[in-house]
Design a protein around this ligand. Structure first.
Ligand code: F6P
Length: 357
């Protein structure tokens, strides 16, 4: 039985996308031999809408294990717009189904984060054979303990924080590192602990600026402090606001994230020199770590297994340290936040890391 498999990468990129694509492809060529054809869909769902597809050869999947980014390209095509007809008059869902049919696909693999999984589930309910693979440096996909890309980003963010120690120490400064993670604080939490941060600020634990300043004061003797702040962090007052209200307040303050505000308030409250470091998209770039290469390969192999069993409508996941899968409908629309009683938070607190709560 011939199988024609479409693969796309959607949303923000991360290290390990190519390693996952390679894992799927290698396992499929092993399993199905000449009975498999792989179609690469360019720029995520945008490419599926616009039939931007290329026929892949087995050799196209060689030499990509170590490369960052995605060989297929990616784009953000927001889920909330998927069922909205815009100026171009295109019915996106209809167009995606048409491409699937035109390309004679037997199934579609979608590598992406939360938004990608929502659209994957939508396509699955529309009758397409879809399998999702969990990608994101944010590690915030529901139902999987880990996503590929996360641990590479933890390594990179840890290196950033490591490097801040010596310069903060030399100048006796407070260094505030902004780590990506708009909704969930996993990356900041892991890198903060691994990098020896003194304070960790994450969206799940709204902060009190006085508590953070107090913690810096307490460290006065040491001469410097390192604070790891998640991009999506907010203070206790903002926590009570609606998203729009918070955005309005920030627009008035001329800020998009809390980091620079935290730094200037800390400087005011402590009288100590404070600097901000934003590694930004560096956290998404570069070669995947050994951990992520292995994880990506395991996830890719699982996807090939699902294809061989014609088991569709699932998202590959790591559950209780075993590679498995969850129904797409269970994953779609949910976010995996850092729970209040998380063991990592407890561990951090036990060694005196301050969260400002
Ligand atoms: O979803 C991953 C992520 O890296 C978030 O942490 C961050 O908020 C966002 O992507 C930024 O994405 P972009 O700049 O590509 O829109």
């Amino acid at each position: 039985m011939k199988r024609r498999i479409g693969i796309l990468t959607s949303g923000g990129d991360c290290p390990g996308l190519n390693a996952t694509i390679r894992g799927v492809a290698k396992a499929c060529y092993e399993k199905f031999g000449d009975d498999v054809e792989i179609v690469g869909i360019e720029d995520g769902y945008f490419g599926l809408i616009n039939n931007m597809c290329k026929e892949m050869k087995q050799s196209d999947f060689s030499g990509i294990l170590t490369t960052g980014g995605t060989i297929f390209g990616t784009k953000r095509t927001p889920f909330k717009m998927m069922q909205v007809i815009e100026e171009d008059n295109v019915d996106k869902v209809k167009a995606m189904k048409a491409t699937y049919k035109k390309q004679k696909l037997d199934c579609l693999l979608t590598l992406g984060g939360n938004g990608t999984h929502k659209t994957a589930n939508l396509l699955s309910t529309e009758g397409l054979n879809v399998i999702g693979l969990p990608k994101t440096i944010d590690n915030d996909i529901w139902g999987t303990s880990v996503t590929f890309g996360f641990h590479t980003a933890v390594d990179t963010a840890t290196d950033v924080i490591d490097r801040l120690h010596s310069t903060a120490n030399s100048h006796g400064r407070i260094l505030v590192a902004e780590i990506m993670g708009n909704k969930a604080g996993w990356l900041t939490l892991y890198a903060g602990i691994a990098g020896g941060a003194d304070m960790i600020v994450i969206p799940e634990i709204p902060y009190d600026i006085d508590k953070l300043a107090e913690a810096c004061e307490k460290r006065k003797q040491k001469g410097f402090s390192i604070m790891a702040v998640a991009e999506g962090a907010f203070d206790k007052a903002e926590a009570k606001m609606k998203k729009k209200e918070r955005a309005k307040l920030r627009a008035e303050q001329g800020i998009s994230t809390a980091t620079s505000r935290i730094a200037s308030q800390i400087e005011q409250l402590t009288g100590r020199e404070t600097r901000v470091c934003v590694p930004g998209h560096m956290l998404r770039g570069g070669s995947p770590s050994a951990y992520d290469r292995v994880l990506a390969t395991k996830f890719g192999v699982r996807a090939a297994e699902l294809i061989s069993k014609d088991k569709y409508g699932y998202a590959v996941a790591m559950i209780n340290e075993k590679v498995s899968e969850n129904p797409l409908e269970d994953v779609a629309g949910k976010t995996k936040f850092v729970p209040e009683d998380d063991q990592m938070v407890k561990t951090a607190k036990e060694i005196g890391i301050v969260f400002g709560d």
